[in-house]
Design a protein around this ligand. Structure first.
Ligand code: FA5
Ligand code: MG
Length: 388
């Protein structure tokens, strides 16, 4: 793909996903206040890394499919080509996300207009698949979130949703109630999956909250000297089953982050690498070979630049990260708040440290200085903050 002066891929004017044609002007509307999708995000729609057989995400998806095929003899229906443009209803209401939940905000989610979003999770497809009569399904897809910038977060990533419905006769003889039965089945299934993927690995369950499950859990895996959250899951809220034709049933659901798992399995140190077209990256992976350790081509040095400014009431870190990515694209590795104080007049200053590093080559001082100058200009113009 052509790479412009700013390191960004030139966006095509239209793409097709699952038979749906998506035109740039229908997704990126700079002058529409109900739209917050930048070109850098549009450029990722339709790439579908999870459908590339020789890509770490495609290899991982197929290995998870193998596990379910082997243990559930073809009962799970698989979807990996559902359109990422969904309604606010599908993404939030259908999975009981409260109307005042932060994930609905323009700061966290990409809105195409006030009724349409780029899905922020594959859970957006649960309700429609249930209504279609499905009881066992896996949905893999690209998901989109405004977020901070570091080596394990990227505004476009991939999830796989798993969903399984049980009818009363399945748990009635177990001595457990439906919820306890589904929770036990869920943990058994996911621990089995973790063993299928990793063999022996250190993992732990953490209690958490999701609007659509109760109880809810996260699974964490020990990676690079820390616990990394790789999936969320739980027992589906009765209300969702009731509304979609499965009253008196129970279900479990999970949503796993494919990049997070693949980083551990293939030793991929930075989430940006998944998007690399560099042969030195892409040639290291092949179909069916899970867990071949990635050999870095060489580690290029990072370069750090600090910038300080007086924030205003509308300032958010996600907005800052979007502006920085808009200029520096994948050359930005991390944006980190390193200092924060309020003066006597009540003005608050933030100092951010930006780490620039290419995964593919050394950056020149001149290039980085130019990037930083452009970043400063853009931050001042777009965020209306006062640079110090
Ligand atoms: C969800 O998205 C829930 N829909 C998951 C779920 C499904 C729970 C069904 C219960 C039932 P969460 O926001 O925690 O949950 O994201 C799930 C996983 O996606 C995380 O565990 C993590 O592995 C991955 N993830 C989240 N944010 C990012 C990001 N910015 N970059 C890469 N991976 C991410
Ligand atoms: Mg989470």
């Amino acid at each position: 793909a052509p790479v412009g002066a700013k390191g960004l891929r030139a966006a095509a004017s239209a793409v097709e996903v699952g038979g749906v044609k998506i035109a740039r002007e229908d997704v990126v509307k700079e002058d529409d206040p109900t739209n917050n999708v930048p070109d850098t995000i549009f450029a990722k729609i339709g790439l579908q890394l999870h459908r590339r057989e020789n890509h770490p995400l495609g290899i991982l998806k197929n290995t998870i499919y193998d596990y379910f095929d082997k243990n559930f003899t073809g009962q799970f229906d698989k979807f990996d080509d559902l359109c990422p443009l969904v309604s606010v209803k599908q993404n939030f209401d259908d999975v009981l996300v409260p109307s005042d939940h932060v994930s609905r905000s323009y700061n966290d989610t990409y809105y195409v207009d006030d009724q349409t979003v780029l899905r922020c999770h594959t859970s957006a497809h649960q309700a429609e698949l249930l209504r279609d009569g499905r009881t066992h399904f896996l949905v893999t897809g690209d998901v989109y979130r405004r977020d901070s910038i570091d080596s394990t977060h990227y505004p476009v990533f991939h999830q796989m949703e798993g969903f399984r419905v049980f009818s009363p006769d399945e748990w009635s003889g177990s001595g457990l109630d439906g919820t306890a039965y589904a929770a036990a089945e869920l943990k058994k299934t996911l621990e089995g999956l973790a063993r299928h993927l990793f063999g022996a690995v250190e993992m732990r369950w953490v209690d958490t909250y999701f609007p659509f499950t109760n109880p809810s859990f996260e699974l964490e895996i020990y990676f690079q000297d820390d616990w990394l959250e790789v999936l969320g899951c739980g027992v589906t809220e009765q209300e969702i089953l009731k509304r979609n034709g499965r009253r008196d049933h129970v279900a479990w659901a999970f949503g796993l982050g494919l990049e997070r798992l693949a980083m551990v399995l293939f030793d991929i140190p930075d989430i940006r690498l998944f998007w690399s077209n560099d042969k030195r990256f892409t040639s290291q992976f092949s179909e069916g070979k899970l867990g071949v350790k990635f050999k870095p081509f060489s580690k290029f040095p990072p370069c750090y630049k600090d910038m300080s400014f007086w924030i205003n009431g509308a300032f958010t870190e996600n907005n800052l990260c979007e502006v920085v990515r808009g200029i520096a694209g994948d050359l930005v590795e991390e944006v980190k708040l390193i200092d924060n104080f309020t003066n006597k007049k009540g003005m608050t200053s933030h100092c951010y440290r930006i780490a620039y590093r290419s995964m593919e080559r050394s950056l020149t001082d001149e290039e980085i200085n130019n990037l930083q100058l452009n970043v400063r200009e853009a931050v001042k113009d777009k965020l209306k903050v006062e640079l110090r």
